[in-house]
Design a protein around this ligand. Structure first.
Ligand SMILES: CC(C)(COP(=O)(O)OP(=O)(O)OC[C@H]1O[C@@H](n2cnc3c(N)ncnc32)[C@H](O)[C@@H]1OP(=O)(O)O)[C@@H](O)C(=O)NCCC(=O)NCCS
Length: 371
């Protein structure tokens, strides 16, 4: 047996949800470029769950279901106030809160298709409330209840800031949600599928996925990109900073990808959004610095930016706290995780690969006093 380190090149399952072929990303056969320009996040959620676009009435039902399920138990809100350390990372709080929500769901262990679909709706609805409520509570603010008449993206921004967002912010945020919704067998989605392939419940699967997304090589990269931009501080420092990192063989966050070779098709949409929003806010420096970093890293290493690179300056321009960038990724990816979990349940087989053993040959047990 020979191992493929990081499972590179291994096809681990069949899926009808999303594909990456020749650097083109599709959700159920729809090019991400097409969806980014035309679809709302709710349409994409429906598409991922049902593998077809919704008709008008079906979309209206889904929007209503999401709005109706956004509130979370008071106990979960109270739980946010009990953390022993002040600066708990919002991804850790999210991971815990999603697991906690399972304890308040009478259908948590119900494995019927209907109950699992219902739980997917609840998770998609409540994840927005968890992230926004935690953000407010840690600042000593009261959580803001969702407005049922607002769409998903608008509701998220409203619950986060306590005021209705401008149209441009809703549009940008909705597009970012569309772009992050699914991505074939990425690390967190694979984690979710491995977990539920044991026939564990959907809360367990999603909690495991959040843990995987948290790492800087996956979803955690967007927060690290902003950290890097803040550290660099201004355009004239870019060249020295980046060249020093490259000389030290350090990774530049937001670049490279396991699957894409020519480039991540989502990045250009975020780049355009970053240019528009930073200009509008009079903070072009973040876009200009990002562009300069891109030209150096692409020139030196032939590594194109991935989805996380320009999403950092987009979220920053929307006034979002930097440590909420990865939780926002989770808010969007909840749709993909739950779609994959439902697909896994529908045609399940335990996922149990092998390891190429490289430890010592057969040994004889030695009693402790003779070692
Ligand atoms: C995404 C990522 C984890 C893919 O990793 P991978 O397929 O395992 O690729 P590797 O880490 O083995 O990298 C292959 C080579 O490219 C280099 N490389 C990859 N990403 C790099 C980056 N962001 N900056 C600098 N060099 C990078 C590696 O150093 C390695 O070079 P070497 O062969 O000379 O040692 C990797 O590109 C990375 O760490 N990127 C930064 C984190 C990030 O943005 N993650 C979000 C992904 S959407």
């Amino acid at each position: 047996m020979t191992a493929s380190k990081g499972l590179e090149g291994i096809v681990a399952t069949q899926s009808a949800i999303s594909s990456i072929i020749d650097d083109t990303l599709t959700y159920v056969g729809y090019d991400i470029d097409d969806l980014a320009e035309n679809a709302s996040f709710e349409e994409v959620v429906y598409l991922l769950w049902h593998q077809r676009l919704p008709k008008e009435d079906e979309l209206a039902v889904l929007k209503q279901q999401l709005a109706d399920n956004m509130s979370i138990p008071q106990e979960v809100l109270d739980h946010f106030k009990t953390y022993p350390i002040a600066d708990v990372h919002p991804m850790a709080a999210l991971r815990t809160a999603i697991s906690l929500l399972g304890l308040y769901d009478e259908k948590a262990e119900d494995m019927s298709d209907e109950a699992n679909y219902e739980k997917a709706i609840k998770l998609q609805a409540k994840v927005a409330t968890v992230v926004t409520a935690f953000s407010r509570i840690r600042k000593g603010q009261e959580p803001v209840a969702p407005k049922t008449e607002l769409g998903y993206a608008a509701n998220f921004l409203y619950m986060l800031n306590g005021e209705e967002p401008e149209e441009i912010a809703i549009e940008a945020f909705d597009k970012a949600l569309v772009l992050h919704a699914d991505h074939e067998l990425n690390a967190s989605t694979f984690t979710a599928r491995v977990c539920v392939a044991t026939l564990a419940d959907i809360y367990s699967g999603v909690t495991a996925a959040i843990g995987a997304l948290k790492g800087p090589l996956h979803g955690g990269a967007n927060e690290q990109v902003m950290k890097m931009l803040m550290e660099i501080g201004s355009e004239e420092n870019v060249e020295t900073y980046i060249r020093e990192k490259l000389d030290n063989k350090e990774k530049i966050m937001g670049f490279g990808h396991r699957v894409y070779r020519k480039g991540d098709p989502r990045a250009k949409h975020l780049r355009a959004m970053s240019k528009k929003l930073t200009t509008l806010r009079g903070e072009e420096k973040w876009y200009n610095m990002s562009e300069k970093i891109e030209s150096i890293v692409t020139g030196e290493k032939n590594l194109p930016p991935n989805v996380d690179f320009y999403s950092a300056s987009v979220y920053h321009s929307l006034g979002i706290d930097h440590d909420l960038f990865t939780p926002i990724f989770a808010v969007s990816r909840m749709s993909g995780w739950t779609a994959h979990i439902l697909e896994q349940y529908s045609n399940n087989r335990l996922i149990r690969p092998r390891a190429d053993y490289i430890g010592p040959d057969l040994q004889k047990y030695v009693p402790i006093n003779e070692r």
